[in-house]
Design a protein around this ligand. Structure first.
Ligand code: ADP
Ligand code: MG
Length: 359
């Protein structure tokens, strides 16, 4: 199973809506998942991630909209005719079956010959590093091993599309970090188009080629991890990914001002009714002489935390806004005390202006 045996398939979702009574679980969703891509649906609990995955898989029929795998319309065919593997939010393994019994299940469903099943199950277990575990019972496995069995079952028939619903959320942090890397490697190795669901922004940033941020059944932004973090399209995305301080800004001539202070932006002002300047804690610096062109904010330190590799400073701007700043810690660096004045600098290229009208 080291070479992809089939070409990956792109997925085209167009105007898909699914309601449950008054709830719009999916509200006019359109997405293009590129062939071979690792795309993550990221959003808070109840935002519609599982519903979208269930629509892709064929377990949920949308009210309207269309869905294609490659050139084929697939809104009608049942799950087992869609050439996709899936892991569910609960592992959904059969506890009374062995590991091999679980992994071979999709092949028995597809009525493959016994010898082929044995061969493919062995290869799938090798791929998830569970070679030799075929005869174990599910209840003899750790959480991480069960998760790998679920993945092996999803890839055993070498589907062209792999769907995974919060596969790591039940694992402790260390194992989760390790499995993130393993799943990423598995994707590189098998090359199947993958739609992955998580509510954990760091996991999404770590694993994905692109991320679709979902809220209230709508796609708020679909972009690369870096673009999402550095150029969020709206306040929801800016809030959901990373930490930030938001300053209300007003138009002044062609530019923007904060409390009457003109801002040096280094880029044109976006067209939107309500604008805010978003400041990430690691992008604003504390220096006596921040450098030419920097936007300077005079502030008072309110809380200073030493964190070993870095420090975290909370400060109050002159209008009372609290701002957070994170900086690297070098030997011999002095940190300010709470109550002391500090000068904060923001480079023009680190200014991010967002549309705050749709909070
Ligand atoms: P997520 O996976 O992002 O947590 P879901 O897709 O499970 O969100 O749910 C989206 C919304 O649809 C929620 O408000 C949820 O309560 C509702 N919902 C999902 N499935 C059903 C269902 N079978 N019946 C009624 N409401 C549902
Ligand atoms: Mg869910």
């Amino acid at each position: 199973m080291t070479q992809p045996t089939k070409d990956a398939l792109p997925i085209t979702v167009r105007n898909v809506t699914k309601t449950y009574g008054p709830v719009h679980a999916l509200d006019d969703v359109s997405i293009d998942v590129h062939s071979g891509e690792f795309l993550t649906l990221l959003g808070p609990s109840g935002s519609g991630k599982t519903t979208l995955l269930m629509v892709l898989a064929g377990f949920t029929r949308p009210d309207c909209g269309s869905l294609k795998f490659g050139d084929t319309e697939v809104i009608r065919p049942p799950p087992h005719l869609r050439d996709l593997g899936m892991t569910f939010q609960s592992y959904a393994l059969f506890p009374h079956m062995t590991v091999a019994g679980n992994v071979g299940y999709p092949l028995r469903l597809r009525k493959r010959p016994k010898a082929e099943i044995a061969d493919r199950v062995a290869r799938a277990l090798d791929t998830v590093q569970l070679g030799g575990f075929g005869d174990r019972r599910i209840d003899q496995l750790s959480g991480g091993q069960r998760q790998r069995v679920a993945v092996a079952r999803a890839i055993v028939f070498e589907p062209r599309i792999l769907l995974m619903d919060e596969p790591l959320s039940a694992l402790d942090k260390k194992l989760r970090d390790q499995m993130q890397i393993e799943l990423r490697h598995l994707h590189e190795q098998l090359g199947m188009t993958t739609v992955y669901v998580t509510h954990d922004q760091r996991e999404a940033l770590t694993m994905s080629d692109r991320i679709a941020v979902v809220n209230h059944g709508r796609i708020m932004q679909l972009a690369t991890p870096r673009d999402l973090y550095e150029r969020p399209a709206n306040r929801f995305v800016a809030d959901f990914i990373g930490e930030s301080t938001f300053l209300d800004v007003t138009r002044q001539g062609d530019g923007l001002a904060w409390n009457g202070m003109p801002l040096n932006l280094g880029h044109p002002v976006p067209e939107a009714p309500g604008l805010q300047l978003m400041i990430r804690p690691e992008r604003i610096v504390m220096r006596d002489a921040p450098g030419e062109g920097f936007n300077i904010f005079d502030a008072t330190a309110t809380d200073v935390v030493y964190q070993g590799d870095s420090y975290l400073l909370h400060a109050r701007l002159k209008d009372g806004t609290q701002i957070a700043l994170r900086g690297p810690m070098r030997g011999g660096d002095a940190l300010p005390q709470a109550g002391q004045p500090v000068t904060l600098g923001l480079a023009p290229e680190d200014t991010v202006v967002i549309d705050a009208s749709d909070v």
